[in-house]
Design a protein around this ligand. Structure first.
Ligand code: NAD
Length: 431
């Protein structure tokens, strides 16, 4: 099928705010620091600072009450030198072009750092999915998929779940795409198992965070037995971190969601909280726990803090009150650049998002491989391969940080930018 002409990203597009408030400017700042660190040439800087392609679409949806509501959706493709574009789809009122751009660029650096053969992309629809019925969400998903479908392809661009989207959303996306182009399970990852999803994908991001925590603790001399952990967010990523961290001997003492948090200094019974959340829709008021706010959770005296909800939750205004020894960035971009500097000066180990939460895209890669080969792996194999890749990514990043005496984030970005630069040069995009 011939490719329709599509708009090209305008690098001069106006951006508001600063790196502290604008996520794309923040990710660009992290990139610039890495570019300076490795002495990246001007041509490559120009290519890698902006997205390759950005599509904005209207998503008209007939709501249950008969009204037509017109949402705005985005698919941003940042770089595909190392493989097809890859990145999740987010449904959130704050999903604007700068947020989606930032997350697309982070995907390029993440896939390069964990060395899976993908580039970086992200999508989003600006909507409050939690206020929408299942039927409305399904109609939104199908319309959005149709609108961006000519950018997608199993060797071109492969979406996945993100905030407020899940395996069911991916099933609708796959069905909408397959209705047009023929049965194509590999077009999305994070699907239900019955439709070609991978065993272990649901837990993969959280499991990867926990694997990475084990490595970070060992190399930083932190004893994990009895270590206290607080997790912000109890969705896909946060709930799996909370469930799996106790396997390392950690005690999870606080968790939260959009409605608020709960704490128990003796340690939370995560299975009981998951049941309470499934019944009531929130972790709040789980039996045997004390309430606390999301802000208080971030400032708790714990060994390990895991922001696993939204971006920019640790910022200039609260960074000095963070008391953890380690911050595992399970969410994307939870720490602003100013806050990053404050945490660094305080000697807090910050394990950056492109490393800590890369387990999701790693198992998405395994899912794509399984779909293409039409062969299902055992869950043990998925987890063992994930473990191997997370350990390797940690070891490479930690070794660079130690050798160059730089923070983990700068080391991770430097390695990722070098890999993408190499691929872009081999393809002949720049010298
Ligand atoms: P999710 O929608 O499953 O869960 C989000 C959680 O955050 C929910 O518990 C929600 O209640 C909570 N939350 C929302 N707004 C909040 C607020 N203002 N304060 C506190 N909590 C709030 O999303 P997810 O897939 O778990 O993603 C969480 C983060 O992890 C995002 O930054 C996402 O980009 C990142 N991430 C996800 C994956 C993945 O595989 N799902 C992979 C890599 C990174």
């Amino acid at each position: 099928m011939a490719e329709a002409s599509v708009p090209v990203a305008d690098p001069r597009a106006p951006q508001t705010g600063s790196a502290e408030t604008n996520p794309f400017q923040a990710v660009t700042l992290f990139f610039d620091r890495a570019a300076d660190q490795i002495g990246l040439g001007d041509e490559m800087r120009e290519i890698l600072r902006t997205s390759y392609r950005e599509l904005t679409v209207q998503v008209p949806v007939r709501m249950d009450d008969g009204r037509l509501e017109v949402f705005t959706g985005y698919r941003v493709q940042h770089n595909a030198a190392r493989g097809p574009y890859k990145g999740g789809i987010r449904y959130h009122p704050d999903a604007d072009i700068d947020e989606v751009r930032a997350l697309a660029a982070l995907m390029t650096w993440k896939t390069a750092l964990v060395d899976v053969p993908f580039g970086g992309a992200k999508g989003g629809v600006q909507c409050d999915a939690r206020e929408m019925s299942v039927g409305e969400r399904q109609r939104l998903t199908r319309r959005f998929t149709n609108s961006i479908s000519y950018l997608l392809g199993i060797n071109r661009d492969i979406p996945a779940p993100d905030v407020n989207t899940d395996a069911q959303t991916m099933a609708w996306m796959m069905d909408a795409y397959s209705a047009r182009y023929g049965y194509t399970p590999a077009i999305v990852t994070g699907k239900p198992i019955e439709l070609g999803g991978s065993l272990g994908r649901d837990a993969a991001t959280g499991r990867g965070v926990v694997y990475c925590l084990a490595e970070a603790a060992r190399d930083h001399g932190i004893e994990l037995d009895g270590t206290t952990v607080a997790v912000q967010g109890f969705g896909n990523v946060g709930s799996w971190v909370a469930r799996l961290a106790p396997e390392l001997g950690c005690r999870v003492i606080a968790v939260s969601d959009v409605r608020g948090g709960i704490v128990s200094h003796d340690g939370l019974d995560i299975a009981a909280i998951a049941r309470h959340e499934a019944e009531s829709g929130s972790v709040v008021d789980a039996p045997g726990t004390e309430p606390l706010t999301n802000e208080e959770l971030l400032e708790l005296e714990v060994d390990v803090l895991v922001p696993a909800a939204l971006d920019r939750v640790i910022h200039r205004g609260n960074a000095e009150r963070v008391r953890a020894k380690v911050v595992m960035e399970a969410a994307n971009h939870p720490v602003t650049p100013d806050a990053d500097d404050v945490l660094e000066a305080a000697g807090i180990v910050v394990v950056p998002d492109i490393l800590a939460n890369a387990g999701g895209v790693t198992v998405s890669y395994f899912e794509w491989v399984q779909n293409i080969q039409q062969f299902r792996w055992e869950e043990e194999q998925v987890n063992a391969e994930l473990h191997k890749r997370m350990k390797a990514a940690w070891a490479t990043t930690h070794a660079r940080a130690t050798a160059d005496a730089i923070p983990l984030r700068l080391a991770a970005f430097s390695i990722a930018v070098e890999r993408v630069e190499r691929a872009d040069k081999l393809r002949g995009y720049a010298s």
